[in-house]
Design a protein around this ligand. Structure first.
Ligand code: G4P
Ligand code: NA
Ligand code: NA
Length: 194
C-alpha cells in the first residue's frame, strides 16, 4: 500500500451505500503534511507534462490543489458551483448532473483565468461517476486550453468515472483506487498500481 492507501485503511470509515468517509484527514479536517506528500506524488507522476495552471472545483478540491500547486509553482483556479443562473458571457459554463443530490448544477469559471495558452492539470479529491470532472474538461476545451493531466486523490474504481475518462485518452492518475469496500468489516480493498 502507498501512503494514501495506508491512511485510508487506518482512518477512513466505510459507510453503507459505498460511501467512504475521509473527513478526518481529507475533506473536512485536512492533514496538510499528507496533502504535501500527495502534491509531491502528483509532481512525480506528471513530471513529463508541461503544466502552467491547476484547475479544481469547490469545495473539497481546493485544499489539495493549493498544496499540489506549491510543487508545480503554478496558480490554482477553482470552478464555482451554482444552481442554474443567467450568465453574462464573461464565464465558461458546464452543466453537471449531481448523482448524489439529484439535481443539475452549473460549473463556472471566469474567462479571465483560462485561455488557449493554458496547459492544465485538473485536480479533485474524489472521482466517482466523473460528472464534475467532465464539466471541468469541457470548460478547458471551451477555453481552447489543453488538459495535460488529471490528478485524483481517491478514485472509486467500481463506479464508471475512471473508465470513461481513461477511454477518452486522458492521462488520469489516482493516488488510491478503491476496488471494493465492506461496511460490516470496515475494510477497503485497493487496485494494485505500479
Ligand atoms: P461525480 O459524478 O462528480 O464523480 O460525483 P458524484 O455525483 O458521484 O458525487 C457527489 C459528491 O460526493 C462529490 O462531491 C464527490 O466528490 C463526492 N463523493 C462521491 N463518492 C464519495 C465517497 O465515497 N466519499 C466521499 N467522502 N465523497 C464522495 P461534491 O459534493 O460535488 O463536492 P464537494 O463540495 O464535497 O467538494
Ligand atoms: Na470534490
Ligand atoms: Na466531496
Amino acid at each position: 500500500m502507498n501512503f494514501l492507501e495506508e491512511r485510508i485503511a487506518k482512518d477512513g470509515v466505510v459507510k453503507e451505500g459505498n460511501v467512504l468517509k475521509v473527513d478526518s484527514f481529507l475533506n473536512h479536517q485536512m492533514d496538510i503534511e499528507l496533502f504535501d506528500e500527495m502534491g509531491a506524488e502528483f509532481k512525480r507522476r506528471f513530471a513529463n507534462e508541461n503544466i502552467n495552471k491547476i484547475l479544481t472545483i469547490e469545495a473539497s478540491g481546493i485544499g489539495i490543489a493549493c498544496i499540489a500547486a506549491m510543487h508545480f509553482h503554478v496558480p490554482v483556479v477553482f470552478a464555482k458551483k451554482s444552481q442554474s443562473v443567467n450568465l453574462d458571457g464573461e464565464m465558461y459554463v458546464a452543466e453537471v448532473e449531481s448523482f448524489t443530490h439529484k439535481c443539475k448544477n452549473q460549473v463556472i469559471v471566469s474567462k479571465k483565468f483560462l485561455s488557449p495558452d493554458d496547459h492544465v492539470l485538473i485536480i479533485d479529491d474524489f472521482l466517482a461517476n466523473g460528472y464534475a470532472l467532465q464539466g471541468l474538461i469541457s470548460i478547458v476545451h471551451e477555453a481552447g486550453a489543453t488538459v495535460e493531466g488529471i490528478g485524483i486523490a481517491v478514485e472509486k474504481g467500481f463506479q464508471i468515472g475512471g473508465q470513461v475518462i481513461r477511454n477518452l485518452g486522458y492521462h488520469l492518475e489516482s493516488l488510491a483506487i478503491v476496488e471494493s469496500m465492506d461496511p460490516a468489516a470496515g475494510t477497503v480493498n485497493f487496485r494494485e498500481q505500479d
